[in-house]
Design a protein around this ligand. Structure first.
Ligand SMILES: NC(=O)c1ccc[n+]([C@@H]2O[C@H](COP(=O)([O-])OP(=O)(O)OC[C@H]3O[C@@H](n4cnc5c(N)ncnc54)[C@H](OP(=O)(O)O)[C@@H]3O)[C@@H](O)[C@H]2O)c1
Length: 236
């Protein structure tokens, strides 16, 4: 993602002044970051929080795309407020997925009145992906739980497993070489199925969204979402 983000940032007229990886992580400090406007963090579930906190300490607003660390997100938000900075985390930065999220919420709210439909979610990603289910799938699942009162939880299950608990939404995660990311929400009744699918064709959409988010938070203070970025001048 770092390379894809750099390519889009340069295309949009920005300069990437610092590239931080494991080997030069000590450079993530106030002195080295003096010329930087925004930090964009895409690393891994186990390193995201520390990187975000250190970027705040270095005086930078932060866009973060690392997934798989939702349980600690509140710590990043608390830090953001305490240093009066800006923070935007998204499980998926692509514009298409954010439209998909809106459709998912609407479909789930309609299904609240139709208990004859069961719901399941699946996602497919490249084999290097570390977290499962994907952060995007978790967002989709949380949206369903928030909008359908009979659904209380979700559970990751194996390819050939099934769940018979009405309160639980089953989610399957497939790992296939070179797949940038596919998400599938399926409602089934005895009479018919309704399915919504988002298929990413490349990582460019995630990178563009992350750069748009960085442009958005640069002169703002607070905690934002991709919805805030996309709502600026579009019907969203
Ligand atoms: N939100 C979205 O739209 C979106 C889209 C795609 C991916 N993602 C998420 O973004 C994250 C990165 O994905 P990716 O595909 O780019 O992963 P990747 O190919 O594994 O790249 C991760 C990079 O982070 C570096 N890194 C790891 N630990 C670090 C640390 N402690 N400090 C500094 N740098 C560190 C790695 O450096 P080394 O090479 O030195 O290990 C590597 O360059 C994942 O969590 C993925 O799920 C989110």
């Amino acid at each position: 993602m770092g390379k894809a983000i750099e390519a889009i940032a340069v295309q949009r007229g920005h300069t990437v002044t610092r590239r931080i990886s494991r080997s030069n992580r000590h450079e993530l400090n106030r002195e080295q970051m003096a010329l930087v406007d925004v930090a964009i963090e895409f690393t891994a579930p186990e390193s995201a929080l520390e990187n975000v906190l250190d970027a705040f300490d270095a005086g930078l607003p932060v866009v973060c795309g690392s997934t798989g660390w939702n349980k600690n997100l509140y710590l990043a938000k608390e830090k953001c407020v305490s240093v009066n900075s800006a923070f935007l985390h998204a499980s998926n930065f692509s514009i298409g997925v954010n439209i998909f999220f809106e459709i998912n919420k609407r479909l789930a709210s309609l299904m609240n009145d139709w208990p004859g439909y069961s719901v399941s979610v699946s996602e497919t990603h490249h084999t290097q992906k570390k977290d499962a289910p994907s952060g995007t799938a978790v967002t989709l699942l949380d949206q369903v739980v928030d909008n359908i009162t009979r659904k209380k939880y979700w559970q990751l299950i194996g390819e050939n497993e099934t769940i018979h608990d009405e309160a639980v939404i089953p989610v399957k995660a497939y790992r296939v070489e070179d797949v940038p990311g596919t998400h599938h929400v399926k409602y089934s009744s005895e009479i018919d199925d309704i399915e919504i699918i988002h298929t990413a064709h490349s990582r460019e959409g995630f990178a563009l969204g992350a750069v748009l988010a960085a442009e958005f938070i640069q002169h703002r203070k607070g905690i934002f979402t991709m919805r805030d970025v996309l709502m600026q001048d579009k019907a969203f």
